[in-house]
Design a protein around this ligand. Structure first.
Ligand SMILES: Nc1ncnc2c1ncn2[C@@H]1O[C@H](COP(=O)(O)OP(=O)(O)OP(=O)(O)O)[C@@H](O)[C@H]1O
Length: 246
């Protein structure tokens, strides 16, 4: 599904990613962890074709990331629109159907676009999947953090992606909702490949099959090989491990 070999990327003269090798198979649920500024979001943006590597190979679904972009669903770390943007939940999800993940001329596009019947069904299906049909007509500014994350997930799902890529989808929500979102991802994983960036290595270890540790360079570990010593090496300082057994 994803094949990265010898990839290097820098913003200007600062090396951000160095010698990255990563192969992701169909049906995998891969966690990507690492310290702040380790390059996680940058790696996702390269996979999505939003950035170009300086060197190395990067193929997604056996084509260039840009050519594959319609087959990818992306949940950004920070929504691309302000919370008070005058748009309903249904319209946000509709944008995913239109392949629009940015808010440039967003409202104009929505005014022009009449939802076809298949679009309407797809939007409803995606909202059902994330259990958000009841809030379809709400303005996004009125949603809680957890509700907003579900809606952004629905936007990523509405195009029926083959690969779902999420950048810290649970950063601003409490542990109960975090568990609900990851349970949902686990269910989605039966029909799509999933890559998720997270800071919470202990929590995601209960869900993902493999963890890619990224701190400019990348090393992959099977979930059962992760322990405190490995986490300390990765983060470069003592870390507190908190068990989530509830
Ligand atoms: N557009 C940009 N221009 C210049 N430098 C950038 C840009 N975007 C990110 N960087 C830098 O690249 C490095 C990696 O950033 P990135 O956002 O990929 O890290 P991250 O692992 O996702 O961090 P976090 O966990 O804090 O979200 C950081 O030093 C960051 O400041």
């Amino acid at each position: 599904m994803i094949d990265i070999q010898g990839l290097n990327f820098s913003y200007g003269s600062v090396s951000t990613l160095s010698g990255i090798d990563l192969q992701v198979s169909e049906g995998e649920f891969l966690g990507i962890v690492g310290p702040n500024a380790g390059g996680k979001s940058t790696l996702l943006k390269l996979m999505l074709g939003l950035l170009q590597p300086q060197s190395g190979q990067l193929r997604v679904l056996d084509r260039s990331p840009r050519a594959a972009s319609r087959l990818l669903g992306y949940v950004q770390q920070h929504p691309s629109f302000p919370r008070d943007f005058p748009i309903t939940v249904e319209q946000v999800v509709q944008l995913g159907r239109m392949g629009m993940h940015r808010n440039s001329r967003l409202l104009d596009a929505l005014r022009l676009a009449r939802m076809s019947s298949p679009d309407r069904e797809a939007v409803r299906g995606a909202l059902e999947e994330v259990e958000a049909v009841d809030i379809a007509k709400r303005q996004i500014g009125s949603l809680s953090g957890g509700q907003l994350q579900r809606v952004l997930l629905a936007r990523a799902l509405v195009g029926e992606p083959r690969i779902l890529i999420l950048d810290e989808p649970t950063a601003n929500i409490d542990q109960r909702l975090e568990g609900e979102i990851f349970d949902l991802l686990k269910a989605l994983n039966t029909r799509m490949t999933i890559l998720v960036v997270s800071h919470d290595i202990a929590f995601i270890s209960g869900y993902v099959s493999r963890v890619a540790c990224l701190n400019r360079t990348l090393v992959c570990h099977r979930t059962d090989a992760i322990d405190g010593a490995l986490i300390q090496r990765l983060y470069g300082e003592p870390m507190r491990l908190i068990a989530h057994t509830h």
